[in-house]
Design a protein around this ligand. Structure first.
Ligand code: FES
Length: 80
């Protein structure tokens, strides 16, 4: 079961497997998510995912089951 992951604002879509780490998917897409600790404490890797109210730490996130599409929004524009 693969999930289509769409990275914004670059608008790059790749297919990922359920359970695949988000950072790995981003890497395959050629999308650079900034990281630091890789342990969920520095929040350098925060991204916004559709249907989530709060930003999530990409380093702790795997592709969830039960959906066919997911949008990941990187913060590249601090002015919005
Ligand atoms: S890299 Fe530090 S919280 Fe994800």
């Amino acid at each position: 079961m693969s999930v289509e992951i769409r990275f914004l604002p670059d608008d790059i879509s790749v297919n990922a497997e359920v359970g695949e780490p988000l950072l790995q998917v981003a890497d395959r897409a050629g999308v650079k998510i900034p990281t630091g600790c890789l342990m969920g404490s520095c929040h350098a890797c925060e991204v916004e995912v559709d249907e989530e109210e709060e930003p999530i730490c990409a380093c702790l996130t795997a592709i969830p089951a039960g959906r066919s599409q997911m949008t990941v929004n990187l913060y590249v524009d601090p002015t919005w």
